[in-house]
Design a binder for this molecule. Structure first.
Ligand code: AMP
Ligand code: ZN
Length: 467
């Protein structure tokens, strides 16, 4: 069944219509968080992608089944480089916080759900945890061994034999012959792998004592890539209509997942691979070392509505790299407040024809490869359109908010009131300015600024805002 939703498919390198292969429900898998720290606004951009897709399909009355995994074991510090060395991210965080690794995992998992809820992300149907899916992974690994796609190394680690999977590299273009054993692929396991690009499905515990399980190959723990194959094959009945994740997961994570899943069932498991581009902050990649990691709670601390992040992200299409700034977040925050004030007006009669036409136009933008920037433009226009009465505008906003998820008809936020002495200063400054006492009014402006309040003079008088 076709859905009318078109998205850019990374593997086919073109915009394609998404379909429900079972004729009823679009089955979606989205790689979830590794729960060793709070999600930053970049991670949240990727999690918003699945929400926009689910909302767009549901708006057209199409059912969805979304699975998002929780990686609470097996994601090694260096996995993203293709190497199998490095420490498990959860274990290293647990040791630096002097806590039990499962406590760390559950803490950040709970925070992840809180963030999603603040961002109005509709929850997935299921959030399976890697640590609770071990049996499933073991049986998939057994199957891969029995079909000749995996082998037990001399180090008691089970590896995927990548040379048995011919179309490796189809998503990212990183074909095996171009994957030279350079620094990214140097293996450190002393010859335990047959080929430099093979990766671990099950790792021998070695000295590790926490987060380990028994298996047919001895005590150990699963690799990161196998969890997504095991979960998607099991929970989506062996057919994934749409697989999502951030662009960095295209290789090796998704190449490896595709190889494992297809090799296990001898067919193409995922129909469409869709990736969200990365988010920069103030022009730079977010990283701990650059000290520019921004979390949702940092917005809240600055008195910004968490949904201002949602609006700022919607102003860019999911597959273009985007630079987020504090200025764009502040602008989005004021826009949201302004819209909510405007859309609170219920005067007039709802014109059902206009309601239908305008909401259809906006839904079309979402269906066309999630053209959210254009949809946001339509909202801006609608708010200003003098030819449409307030009741109709409100009805449109209410309807299309099923797509935007911005709480457009929520009561506008009350601006936090300044302390009494600052309020008095604001008053005094307005009077000084009216009386053309510029020196005094400039001095008061500077004092207000030092207290976090910016003032602006407009033809209608003085306006102020929190910095
Ligand atoms: P992690 O918790 O590190 O496994 O990442 C969760 C998701 O966030 C993955 O799909 C990543 O691809 C994605 N991601 C990581 N960094 C960024 C970023 N700066 N912008 C957008 N998505 C990101
Ligand atoms: Zn994954």
């Amino acid at each position: 069944m076709k859905t009318g939703l078109y998205l850019f498919d990374t593997k086919e390198r073109e915009v394609l219509e998404i379909a429900a292969s079972n004729g009823q429900t679009v089955r979606i898998y989205c790689c979830g968080p590794t729960v060793y720290r709070d999600a930053h606004v970049g991670n949240l951009r990727t999690f918003l992608l699945s929400d926009l897709i689910v909302r767009t399909l549901n708006y057209s009355n199409i059912k969805t089944l979304l699975i998002q995994n929780i990686t609470d074991v097996g994601h090694m510090g260096e996995d993203f480089e293709g190497n199998e060395i490095g420490e498990d991210k959860i274990l290293s965080q647990a040791s630096s916080e002097a806590k039990d690794p499962f406590d760390i995992a559950r803490l950040y998992e709970a925070r992840f759900h809180e963030d999603l809820s603040l961002l109005n992300v509709i929850p997935a149907n299921n959030y399976p945890r890697a640590s609770e899916t071990i049996e499933l992974m073991i049986s998939l690994i057994k199957k891969l061994i029995s079909k000749g796609h995996a082998y037990l190394g001399s180090d008691r680690t089970v590896y995927f034999d990548v040379r048995t999977f011919e179309s490796y590299g189809a998503i990212s273009g990183n074909r095996l012959d171009s994957l030279k054993p350079g620094h990214r692929y140097e293996y450190v396991d002393d010859g335990a792998k047959r080929f430099h690009a093979d990766w671990a499905l099950w790792k021998a515990a070695g000295n590790r004592t926490q987060m380990v399980w028994d298996s047919p190959w001895g005590i150990g723990f699963p690799g990161w890539h196998i969890e997504c194959s095991a979960m998607s094959l099991e929970l989506l009945d062996g057919a994934v209509d749409l697989h999502l994740g951030g662009i960095d997961l295209r290789f090796p994570h998704h190449e490896n997942e595709r190889a494992q899943s297809n090799a296990a069932v001898d067919r193409e498991v995922v129909t469409n691979w869709v990736h969200g581009e990365h988010l920069l902050f103030e022009g730079r990649k977010m990283s701990k070392s650059a000290n520019n990691v921004v979390l949702l709670k940092d917005l809240v601390a600055r008195d910004l509505d968490p949904l201002s992040l949602r609006l700022a992200l919607l102003e860019n299409r999911y597959r273009s790299q985007m630079d987020l700034t504090w200025d764009s977040l502040k602008a989005a925050n004021s826009t949201l407040n302004k819209w909510r004030e405007k859309f609170a007006d219920t005067s007039g009669e709802v014109d059902s024809q206009i309601l239908e036409d305008k909401s259809k136009e906006i839904a079309t933008n979402f269906n066309q490869d999630l053209d959210s920037p254009r949809a946001v433009q339509k909202l801006r226009k609608l708010e200003k359109d003098e030819s449409i009465n307030p009741a109709t505008k409100r009805a449109i906003a209410e309807k299309v908010d099923q797509l935007f998820g911005l709480d457009l008809t929520r009561k506008a936020a009350q601006k936090r009131q300044p302390k009494e002495e600052l309020l008095q200063m604001l008053n005094s400054r307005a009077i000084a300015r009216q009386n053309k006492e510029f020196k005094a009014s400039d001095e008061m402006r500077d004092q207000l600024l030092a207290n976090g309040i910016s003032v602006r003079d407009t033809p209608l008088g003085q306006e102020w805002d929190w910095l």
